[in-house]
Design a protein around this ligand. Structure first.
Ligand code: ADP
Ligand code: MG
Length: 336
């Protein structure tokens, strides 16, 4: 296979056969891979280079330190971040969260072996379909919400990087083409191979899974049910801090839901400065004509998520209780 011979070879990954590159993250390359011993089916492997200057990860202005010192700091930060990402994922077990299969490292790379989501990013589906119907959007965001509920209420984890690029999915296994291709002479014997058509038939768009715990944080220990690092002496600002960090994910869910429904994000500007101002003020609109036919109930839910004051913003419980979300449960149980 010509494609396979173009795949890079990584030391320590001999057990896996890299099939194709699936994603270019900011800090990583992600490949689809097969197990040469067939113990697992296919997996995704996130390969992170250990020695790479990345002032983003250091978080201090470039030029503050001499280059070699910045490099040392960057490498140490990266190690700590990867180990944290892996440690957090190790403790998670939910159908809507990508599972960690294994972690290893060589001299130059970290390898995070993950459950494969063959459908790729939700982002690409938004681009492809322009926007989602209300039913399909609800189907997607409810799954994201179930994962967030598990993170916030059961695991004490905040994700902090919820966005369409980090929401992956399993497509519907097979949907026959709605418009059969005109038959060519000679391919009579060929079956309709079908194609992936997102819709609400046979399980909607498939299963949505949250990926990328690179920015996530543990806010309390799920074993002891206490805030991290403190036992019994928790100051009010820590409790508040916990609530604030959870509300970060809720804001992001509001942005995702908005984008699903109309195909463009709630906040946008060519200038980063103007954009930042708009976000800070919570300055967005349900732009006509794109939002004219979208239900008031959906808009109400979004406005409770895109609320600037984190104290007033919906929690995951309130989100799941909203009539627009609950609509689905009744419908799907009625249909089942
Ligand atoms: P980064 O921290 O660099 O953003 P991610 O974990 O988000 O890394 O992975 C980058 C991209 O790789 C994702 O946006 C997605 O396109 C792809 N990807 C990551 N994990 C998987 C997976 N388990 N299955 C399929 N594709 C994945
Ligand atoms: Mg990512």
């Amino acid at each position: 296979n010509s494609n396979r011979s173009k795949m890079p070879q990584y030391p320590g990954l001999e057990r896996w056969i890299l099939v194709e590159k699936m994603g270019d993250g900011a800090f990583s390359n992600v490949y689809r891979a097969k197990d040469s011993t067939t113990e697992y089916g296919e997996v995704a492997i996130k390969v992170v280079r250990k020695f790479e200057m990345n002032s983003n990860q250091v978080g201090w202005p470039a030029g503050l330190f001499p280059f070699y010192l910045s490099l040392v700091i960057s490498v140490c930060c990266k190690r700590a971040n990867i180990l944290k990402e892996v440690q957090i994922m190790r403790n998670l077990d939910h159908p809507n969260i990508v599972k960690l299969i294994d972690f290893s490292e060589s001299r130059q790379y970290y390898y995070i072996i993950l459950e494969l989501c063959p459908g790729g990013e939700l982002f690409h589906q938004i681009v492809r379909l322009t926007y989602f119907s209300e039913d399909l959007s609800r189907h997607v965001i409810t799954q994201v919400a179930k994962a967030i509920e598990y993170l916030h209420e059961t695991s004490g984890v905040v994700h902090r990087d919820i966005k369409p690029e980090n929401l992956l999915f399993y497509p519907v296994p097979f949907v026959p083409s709605q418009r059969p291709k005109p038959k060519q002479p000679g391919d009579e014997e060929k079956e309709d191979e079908g194609e992936f058509i997102p819709g609400l038939g046979s399980g909607g768009i498939g299963k949505i899974k949250i990926a990328d715990f690179g920015l996530s944080k543990v806010i309390w220990d799920s074993q002891t049910m206490t805030p991290c690092g403190t036992v019994g002496y928790t100051a009010p600002e820590i409790v508040k801090d916990e609530r604030y960090s959870k509300s970060v994910d809720m804001w992001a869910m509001g942005c995702v839901l908005y984008t699903l429904l109309c195909g463009f994000p709630p906040f946008y500007d060519e200038s980063i400065q103007v954009l930042t101002e708009k976000v800070a003020r919570g300055q967005y609109t349900f732009l006509s004509p794109w939002w004219d036919d979208i239900s008031k109930s959906a808009q109400d839910l979004i406005s409770h998520l895109l609320t600037v004051d984190p104290e007033k913003r919906y929690t995951i419980k309130e989100f799941l209780d909203h009539p627009w979300i609950r609509q689905t449960d009744e419908e799907t149980t009625a249909a089942a």
